[in-house]
Design a protein around this ligand. Structure first.
Ligand code: SF4
Length: 683
């Protein structure tokens, strides 16, 4: 493509939460023809296969929806924007007047910009008069948001990617298949090992990074709380705790200590099905290292005890004084490009933007004053509560912006029933997704490469995205669609440009007080908290004091997962991401080369089990749980342990979520994707 007259536009990768900077190469015909790595603070000139090859082809895909669609007599018909907007606004207004604002809900898009997310939740809270607004963090890291906020005061990664992968003595990696889910961070972890860091990998599967580990531990999925209690038991027994830090900076230590006294390596070894000596070795390696971050991902959060798992991470780091200083901390790797931002922007039933609490009347009054309207003062429903509420006819209208719950949510039969129970469903999308097929109206939005705005990556870094090409004709800028819906419903709203939305965010969110588009021209972006125009941002949180004042130890006894294998369903199944595809595949499945490499659903099964069942690598198999049955292909090997299986969640055909269990964590309402029981039949 270099032979042609092209321009480069610096932007942020639209896939995982690493936030890699890249240049889109645009030709004279307004088509993106390539992507090149840029020297961003998180990626340092690296890009993974998704950033390099799958970050742009979907933008000009012939599958893009290019006109509003209205379903009539069960079939989608093309409509004008005027017709579609009229129907959307009048139907939501009718439902609001008939059943009240709390009968309406909105799921926002963790892949879209901060600005779109801010305006979306504002539309739901003002025009709908409802706090039933959520984003897909509910399904991945809501446990981090709740667990870290409760124990440390802020629900975000404490340190920076660079800080936890350079000049560290050890890394405790728990429940993160970093090479596949956050590939550029995976490379940086490998580089840290080359520079002498000891890597401790704790994962039920033999993931790629185990090749570089000083110590690999494969606990049974769903036993994280017991495992961390075991590490803390050893640390306390051997006097490796940081008593000075505990005394000065934390509270509730004795209650936590009392609980972990029971978690001897022998007890924990039985629960986790691992060698007790490995627990002792890991505890010593982590505690004795001077600089040692905890890095974790969905292997910790996606459990019915997900919030407790996250709070266990805080317990462990505080026990050895490894928070609030370089090369340490508690570091959740957020999944989607802007899932951090969607949470920051208040796409949550509990929080206005900036985690300002709906439950606090002063906060409600502040936003009522700023937005000039009365707001609903009651906490709303999470997305995982909205779906069952639809079945019970408590939710009547739903607006889904850029999410695909038919593929992403657990127990697909239940999701289908929920969507079919709605009186009115609007889906705003780039493509005809599995969920869009259930809509009454589909509104075509635009992609990251067609708009200006910001994404916030996993390390709280707000970075610019820039319009590289003109939007698909017929589609409209997302925040403008929300403004029009709100205006037609009686709450006038308009913004000239996304920079003006950020100005409003800065005026309402103290931790964004110093953020504006001019400052974001700096290639390093800004890391919140960034409270005023003189504030350079905050690379490391909780230095000197925790955001909540004192760090809070939690006493957390282990509780088993809610569905374990039995005679009928003898395999313990976990789910996760693979390198080549991204979440539902709505974007990555448009890149042919990616599909050739990894284009179909599969199940990993241990060679011993495969031999017992007469299954060969590549064979088609039937997999069933108590929720449903699918067909997929066997990957036979040693990545999973005997009696465990693993599937990725990227495919509508062979969709693992037909099988997963719709049981939830009591606090964050996150689903237990990581543990359910299945049986396998060769076909
Ligand atoms: Fe994009 Fe994540 Fe790959 Fe970076 S690591 S290029 S952000 S998918």
């Amino acid at each position: 493509y270099r032979a042609f007259n092209t321009t480069k536009v610096r932007t942020t990768c639209p896939h995982c939460g690493t936030g890699c900077q890249l240049d889109l190469i645009v030709n004279q015909n307004n088509v993106i023809v390539g992507a090149e790595p840029a020297n961003g603070p998180a990626n340092r000139n690296l890009l993974c296969v998704k950033g390099k090859f799958a970050s742009y082809k979907f933008v000009a895909s012939p599958d893009r929806i290019d006109t509003p669609l209205i379903k009539r007599n069960g079939k989608f018909e093309k409509a004008t924007w005027e017709e579609a907007m009229d129907l959307v606004a009048s139907k939501f207004t009718e439902l609001k007047e008939t059943y009240g604002g709390t009968s309406l809900a909105g799921f926002s898009c963790s892949r879209s910009t901060n600005e779109d997310n801010f305006v979306f939740q504002k539309m739901v809270r003002t025009a709908f008069a409802s706090n039933n607004v959520d984003n897909c963090a509910r399904l991945c890291h809501s446990a981090s948001v709740h667990g870290l906020a409760h124990t440390l005061g802020s629900g975000a990664m404490t340190n920076t990617i660079e800080d936890i992968t350079t000049d560290v003595d050890a890394i405790l990696l728990i429940g993160s298949n970093t090479t596949e889910a956050h590939p550029v961070i995976g490379v940086q972890i490998r580089q840290a090992v080359q520079h002498g860091a000891k890597l401790i990998v704790v994962d039920p599967r033999q993931i790629d990074l185990t090749k570089h580990a000083a110590l690999t531990i494969q606990p049974k999925a769903g036993t994280n709380v017991a495992f961390i209690n075991g590490l803390m038991h050893v640390i306390i027994k051997e006097g490796l705790e940081d008593q000075d830090f505990i005394n000065k900076r934390t509270e509730n230590y004795e209650a936590m200590k009392k609980v972990v006294a029971d978690y001897t390596p022998e007890v924990v070894g039985k629960i986790c099905e691992i060698d007790p000596e490995a627990i002792v070795a890991a505890a010593r390696m982590y505690a004795k290292a001077d600089k040692a971050p905890i890095i974790y991902c969905l292997g910790v959060t996606e459990h019915s005890t997900g919030t407790e798992g996250v709070m266990s991470m805080s317990n462990l780091a505080m026990l050895v004084g490894k928070v609030g200083r370089p090369g340490c901390g508690v570091n959740p790797l957020r999944g989607q490009n802007n899932v951090q931002g969607a949470c920051d922007m208040g796409c949550s039933p509990f929080d206005f933007p900036g985690y300002q609490k709906v439950a606090n009347p002063e906060v409600v009054a502040k936003f009522e004053n700023a937005w000039g309207t009365e707001l609903n003062p009651r906490i709303g429903l999470t997305s995982t509560q909205v779906l069952p509420a639809a079945i019970k006819k408590q939710i009547h209208g739903l607006y889904i912006f850029g999410e695909d719950p038919i593929v992403t949510d657990p127990n697909t039969a239940h999701v289908r029933q929920a969507l079919e129970s709605l009186d009115f469903l609007v889906v705003q999308e780039l493509f005809m997704t599995e969920t869009a097929a259930y809509a009454d109206v589909i509104l075509p939005g635009i992609s990251f490469a067609e708009k200006d705005g910001t994404f916030t990556n996993t390390e709280r870094r707000i970075q610019r995205i820039r319009k590289a090409v003109e939007p698909t004709p017929g589609a409209r800028e997302d925040f403008k669609i929300f403004c029009e819906v709100a205006t037609r419903m009686g709450y006038p709203m308009s913004y000239e440009a996304s920079s003006k939305i950020m100005d409003e965010i800065a005026s309402l969110v103290p931790t964004f007080g110093g953020v504006n588009f001019k400052r974001l021209e700096n290639p390093n972006g800004l890391q919140w908290p960034c409270r005023d125009l003189d504030d350079p941002g905050t690379p490391i949180m909780h230095v000197g004091t925790f955001t909540r004042g004192k760090g809070l130890f939690m006493a957390l006894p282990y509780k088993p997962a809610q569905e374990l294998p039995d005679e009928e369903y003898p395999f313990l199944m976990s789910t996760g991401r693979m390198l080549y595809q991204y979440n539902t595949g709505a974007m990555t499945r448009r890149t042919e080369g990616i599909n050739k490499l990894a284009g179909r659903s599969y199940i990993e099964i241990n060679i011993e089990d495969a031999n017992r069942y007469g299954i060969q690598d590549g064979d088609k198999v039937q997999v069933s749980s108590r929720r449903g049955t699918i067909e997929t292909y066997a990957h036979v090997g040693n990545i999973v342990l005997p009696e465990a299986v693993f599937m990725t969640f990227h495919f509508a055909d062979g969709n693992v979520n037909e099988l997963t269990n719709s049981v939830f964590d009591d606090i964050a309402r996150i689903p237990e994707y990581k543990v359910c029981a299945v049986k396998i039949k060769p076909l």
